[in-house]
Design a protein. Sequence first.
Length: 74
Amino acid sequence: MDDKADIDERLEELERREREVEKRERALKAHGIRYNIYQHVHVSPRSLDIFIGVCIFLVLALLVIGVLTREPRL
């Protein structure tokens, strides 16, 4: 009889863990892609936002420099 109680206890624990995992998965889907990216990068969100901003600025600056310095076609 002790084995039956032990098995039931383990089953309840597994079901509880499964509910927690499902709850976590639903929460991750609700946060969106930006939150999910931040989960994989171990940098503060503010620092990552600054880095992304600097990269965008540099790309735009290079585009402007390229447009201004190109030679006109004849």
